[in-house]
Design a binder for this molecule. Structure first.
Ligand SMILES: Cc1cc2nc3c(=O)[nH]c(=O)nc-3n(C[C@H](O)[C@H](O)[C@H](O)COP(=O)(O)OP(=O)(O)OC[C@H]3O[C@@H](n4cnc5c(N)ncnc54)[C@H](O)[C@@H]3O)c2cc1C
Length: 388
C-alpha cells in the first residue's frame, strides 16, 4: 500500500485543510463507516450522518467567507469527498450534491442573492440541482420545464426526475426554458426555488441499486411563483451556467468514484492477505497478483490526475472541460472494474452482504451514469480532437 499512501501524503494542503481532513477522517471512522451497511439496508435518509456533517460545519468549506462559510481550496474539497466516499458513498452523494448544486449560485448569483441565500447553505441547508426530466436525460437541452415572466415573478410549470436531495432540500437550483425566447438551447435559464413554494410537489422516490440512503426523487411544479429576484443572471444564460457547473461537479464525481474504488481495493488486499487456499495465502497466487497490479496502477494514475485537475481549478483555469470528462469517465470506469474485482477476490463471500465489497460494487455503478454518462464523455473527448 506504500505507493498509494505516498500519493496521499504528497497532497499539498494548507495546515487548516489538513486539520479539516483529519476531522473528516475521524467522522468517517466514528460515524459514517460503522453505519454505512445499515443505511444501505434500510435505504432511509441518513439524518444522523447529515447532522454530524453539519456539526463539523463542512458545508462552510465551499461557501465563501463573506456569506457565512469558511471556504477552503477545491483540492481540499476533493480530498474530503474522496475520504468520505471510502466510508459511506450514499452520504457522500448527499453532501457532494450540495456542492454541485450551490456552485452556480456562488459563481453566477448577484450580491443580493448570495447575501440572502448562501448563509442557509453554510449553516447546513441542503441544495438540489434540477436538470434532468423524463424526456431530457443525456440531452438536457430537451428539457420542457417552462419559466413564464409575470410582473415581479416567474411562473414555473413542469417537472424533474432523479433529483438528489429533492425531498430534503432548502433550495432548488432549477433549469428551465424562458417562455419568451424561441430557441431550444438559447431559452435555457436558471432560477432558485425555495423550499415550501406553493405548487412544488415531491413525487416518486427511487428504490435504487446503490447509494441507497441518498434520496432521489421526482419533482413537479404546478404554477409555482418564484420572485424574479431569484433568477440567476439573465434569461437565456442557462447553458453557460450549466457547462460551468458541470466542470466543477465532474471532478467531484471522480473523487467520489475513487473513494469507493480505494475502499474496495483496501478491503480486497486485506482479505487475500489472510485468506488461505491450497496451503497458501490467496495473494501469493500469480494470477491474483496480476489482478492487483492492474487495480493498483489504475488507482495510482487516476488519483494523480484527480489532484492535478483540482490544482488546475484552484489555479483559476476555466477551460478544463475535456480534462474533467477524462477524469470522470476513467475514475468511474475503474471504480466499477475495481469493485467488481474486489468481489471476485473475496470469492463467494464477496457476493454476500456481510462483506462491504458487495455494497461498494453496487455503489460504484451510478458514477458511470450521472453527470453525463460515460458514452457522452467519450463522445466529448473524442470530438475535441476534430481539427476545424
Ligand atoms: C441516482 C441518481 C441520481 C441523480 N441525480 C441527479 C440530480 O441530482 N440532478 C439531475 O438533474 N439529474 C440527476 N440524475 C440524472 C442523471 O444525470 C441521468 O440519469 C443521466 O444524465 C442519464 O440520463 P437518462 O437516465 O435519461 O439516460 P438516457 O439519456 O436515456 O441514456 C440511455 C442510454 O443511452 C446512451 N446515450 C444517450 N445519448 C447518447 C448519445 N448521444 N450517444 C451515445 N449514447 C447515448 C446513454 O449513455 C445511456 O447508456 C440522477 C440519476 C440517478 C440514477
Amino acid at each position: 500500500m506504500k505507493v498509494l499512501r505516498r500519493l496521499d501524503d504528497e497532497l499539498q494542503l494548507a495546515e487548516e485543510e489538513r486539520l479539516m481532513l483529519d476531522a473528516v477522517r475521524a467522522l468517517c471512522r466514528d460515524q459514517l463507516a460503522p453505519n454505512a451497511a445499515g443505511h444501505d439496508r434500510d435505504g432511509a435518509f441518513p439524518r444522523d450522518n447529515v447532522k454530524a456533517i453539519n456539526q463539523l460545519g463542512l458545508n462552510g468549506m465551499f461557501v465563501p467567507d463573506a456569506y457565512g462559510g469558511s471556504q477552503l481550496s477545491y483540492l481540499a474539497y476533493l480530498a474530503a469527498v474522496r475520504e468520505m466516499a471510502k466510508a459511506c458513498a450514499a452520504t457522500t452523494m448527499i453532501w457532494a450534491t450540495n456542492f454541485h448544486a450551490v456552485k452556480p449560485l456562488i459563481d453566477f448569483g448577484n450580491e443580493e442573492q448570495k447575501q440572502r441565500l448562501l448563509p442557509r447553505v453554510a449553516k447546513g441547508g441542503l441544495v438540489s440541482l434540477c436538470i434532468t426530466e423524463p424526456t431530457a436525460g443525456s440531452d438536457a437541452t430537451g428539457m420542457r420545464t417552462r419559466f413564464t415572466p409575470d410582473g415581479d415573478g416567474i411562473v414555473v410549470q413542469g417537472g424533474k426526475t432523479f433529483i438528489t436531495n429533492g425531498d430534503h432540500a432548502e433550495l432548488y437550483i432549477l433549469f428551465g426554458k424562458w417562455s419568451e425566447i424561441d430557441s431550444d438551447k438559447g431559452a435555457i435559464s436558471v432560477l432558485v426555488m425555495e423550499k415550501g413554494t406553493p405548487g412544488l410537489r415531491i413525487g416518486h422516490k427511487e428504490d435504487k441499486m446503490g447509494q441507497r440512503a441518498a434520496s432521489t426523487v421526482a419533482l413537479s411544479f404546478e404554477d409555482c411563483r418564484v420572485p424574479r429576484a431569484n433568477l440567476l443572471c439573465e434569461p437565456g444564460d442557462g447553458l453557460k451556467i450549466l457547462f460551468s457547473a458541470l466542470n466543477k461537479s465532474r471532478p467531484s464525481i471522480a473523487a467520489h468514484a475513487l473513494g469507493i474504488a480505494r475502499a474496495a481495493f483496501e478491503e480486497a488486499t486485506a482479505y487475500i492477505n489472510q485468506r488461505q487456499q491450497s496451503g497458501r495465502h490467496i495473494i501469493e497466487f500469480q494470477g491474483i497478483q496480476f489482478m492487483l497490479a492492474d487495480m493498483a496502477t489504475d488507482l495510482a494514475l487516476c488519483e494523480n490526475w484527480l489532484w492535478r485537475i483540482g490544482r488546475m481549478i484552484d489555479g483559476g483555469e476555466e477551460d478544463i472541460g475535456i480534462e474533467a470528462s477524462m477524469l470522470k469517465m476513467r475514475a468511474s470506469d475503474i471504480a466499477m472494474s475495481i469493485t467488481t474485482d474486489a468481489v471476485q477476490l473475496h470469492g463467494g463471500y464477496g457476493y454476500c452482504k456481510d462483506f462491504p465489497v458487495e455494497r461498494l460494487m453496487r455503489d460504484a455503478k451510478i458514477t458511470q451514469i450521472y453527470e453525463g454518462t460515460n458514452q457522452i464523455h467519450r463522445q466529448l473527448i473524442g470530438r475535441s480532437f476534430i481539427e476545424k
